[in-house]
Design a protein around this ligand. Structure first.
Ligand SMILES: O=C(O)CCC(=O)C(=O)O
Ligand SMILES: [Fe+2]
Length: 147
């Protein structure tokens, strides 16, 4: 779980709150307050994820994309710098595999001669090591494991 605090930014056009990225895990459950600023990329456009009181945002992560063999896509998202005088607060719960040394890849029951594996096997530990040694540049790591 991570708690984010985005203070007022006097020059929001010059920076971002969190740079564009996809979450590396399976799913992320996010609670945001009423300030706004979260955006998702859809067909090369950034769309606001408007705060809805009481609602949770569920993000598909990279591991979900891989185990579903591309049936679900991890979502590229970012948070704008906060122009509001009030700070923005969000809480993210990352649902990740509990055993980082287990092997992951497309679920075998989804595969067939017509739907061959799009990814090779890897450990979540390897995935997270690569995630934390690269910048948040919007590009997910899923293509690194593509066959
Ligand atoms: O603060 C937010 O709304 C998003 C945070 C986020 O993308 C993350 O923690 O991965
Ligand atoms: Fe995220």
């Amino acid at each position: 779980m991570v708690g984010h605090f985005y203070p007022h930014c006097p020059q929001p056009d010059l920076t971002v709150g969190i740079a564009s990225h996809t979450d590396p895990g399976v799913v992320t459950v996010l609670l945001q307050d009423q300030i706004g600023g979260l955006q998702v990329k859809y067909e090369e456009e950034w769309l606001d994820v408007k705060p809805v009181p009481g609602a949770l945002v569920i993000n598909v992560g990279d591991i979900f994309q891989i185990i579903s063999n591309d049936q679900y896509k991890s979502v590229e998202h970012r948070v704008l710098a906060n122009p509001s005088k009030d700070p923005r607060v969000s809480i993210a719960v990352f649902c990740n595999p509990s055993n980082r040394e287990n092997s992951f890849g497309p679920l075998p029951e989804l595969l067939s001669p017509q739907n061959p594996a799009q990814f090779r096997q890897f450990t979540f530990a390897d995935y997270m090591r690569r995630f934390f040694t690269k910048e948040l540049d919007g590009k997910s790591l899923v293509n690194y494991y593509r066959v």
